[in-house]
Write a protein that binds this ligand. Sequence first.
Ligand SMILES: Cc1cc2nc3c(=O)[nH]c(=O)nc-3n(C[C@H](O)[C@H](O)[C@H](O)COP(=O)(O)OP(=O)(O)OC[C@H]3O[C@@H](n4cnc5c(N)ncnc54)[C@H](O)[C@@H]3O)c2cc1C
Ligand code: FES
Ligand code: FES
Length: 486
Amino acid sequence: MDQVRKTVSFILDGKTITVDFEKERLSPTITVLNYLRSLPNHKGVKEGCAEGDCGACTVVLAEPDHSGKMIYRAVNSCLVFLPMIDGKQLITIENLAWKEKGEVKLHPVQQAMVDLNGSQCGFCTPGIVMSIFALQKSHVSPTREIAEDALTGNLCRCTGYQPILDAAIQATNGQPDHFSENENAIQKELKNLNDDQNDVVINVNGQTYIQPKSLKSALKFLTEHADATVINGSTDVALKQTKKFELIAKVIDLSAVSELKFFNEENNQVEMGAGLPLESVKTKLNGEFPAFCEMLKVFASKQIRELATLGGNIGTASPIGDTLPLLIAYDANLKILSQSGERSIRIEDFIKGYRQTDLQTGELIYSVTIPKRQNVRFYKVSKRKDLDISTVSAGFRLKLNNGSVEDICLAYGGMAAMPKRAKQTEAFLLGKEWKEENIVEAMKILKEEFQPLSDARSGAEFRKLAAKNLLLKFYEETTHEFSPAR
Ligand SMILES: Cc1cc2nc3c(=O)[nH]c(=O)nc-3n(C[C@H](O)[C@H](O)[C@H](O)COP(=O)(O)OP(=O)(O)OC[C@H]3O[C@@H](n4cnc5c(N)ncnc54)[C@H](O)[C@@H]3O)c2cc1C
Ligand code: FES
Ligand code: FES
């Protein structure tokens, strides 16, 4: 039998911590939040919502990227299972201030929050400081837009966001901190930890947690444990435990499989590993595929995108998953792997029904290939701009020939049990002139084509109206500013 490891190790408070779940009779799906709060000196991290919405639980995970540069990512510790931080540095609010000649020195982020009155009751403050800390480690003098984006996942009931944003701007002026000074030593220790690349397998209290360290192991475990719940970022699955209080009996955690985190751009298309977190996708696309970048701008919060993966969004097959209508509009292709080989499938054929995919036992989503196309757009209707789930979303594609529709795709989220194309409306428009009269007729067909649900987010009538109006908006935009490369 291949050698496996039963423990996970990470750096906290500058020291390596090794957790032996079986010996300590500790659930392997304990969240980082609950683990920290069980320690005597880490009560600064707070639970507000336990579902990734408030940011009170924000901590920072640090590890070197492929070039050896330390990357600091703010994440929601309420959604991260403890084994997911194996081989990383965990930084909490307690680690920010330091002592110099016996005197406590506040970290520049903490000092800025004090100077600019960024805190009142203080409940949200540790999370906010950690989000700004991660921003400070990655940006010098960021734009206001970047600072706002870093804080979209942090709610504050009492201070108001202006002083907090001002503090973020003041704190990111490039001054070094004690983390910069200790990076070499931390990197050395992280390297030692990551030298052990044995798969992690933990069996305790009726739970099994498997963390393969390679694609080969992942495929083997998937074949052997068809009943396991697969996770990558766990931003969807963790809620089963934190909100529905379900016991997740068996987990295969793909978050340590580096072969699933690649990004290749060539021949007018991009192929992205299914395990690439969406924030990395955003950085790597760097404005290319503008519709995809627009979608990522309004996808959850930065903390969620640091965890959530493309494979995870597709894997949920959620009727309101934001990537899905857009990937349908791009006519994206998935590569699916299992121990017996690989296959390719169009995203449209992969989504089979309400939260159902074409994935067979032993298979995983390996990558997503998106061809570059002109005139692809994304629209999201939600109650709030930031950190909200779609009420209706849309991915549209259009190609005209002499002013008439040669190719069109109108894919909607939130209108049916799964993301779906408006095929009758598309058929009506095909070959017709792209003009308002025809769009108005098409909107009548569209209204009858879907029978959406009424739920907490919205009524069916609103959804129909929004879907129609998005088509009109698409027409207006494509008519008045036609042909930008999308
Ligand atoms: C606060 C909050 C805000 C959110 N906002 C949005 C939003 O704006 N838009 C949106 O679309 N979603 C949103 N989500 C939902 C969620 O974040 C996304 O669906 C995310 O992309 C899931 O990715 P993950 O890696 O975390 O998935 P996980 O939770 O790890 O997995 C989700 C599913 O995908 C499957 N899966 C994961 N990886 C693979 C793989 N490689 N192969 C096969 N199956 C796989 C798993 O088995 C599981 O069924 C939000 C969630 C939260 C908590
Ligand atoms: S407790 Fe609210 S985001 Fe984690
Ligand atoms: S200071 Fe009270 S919630 Fe932010």
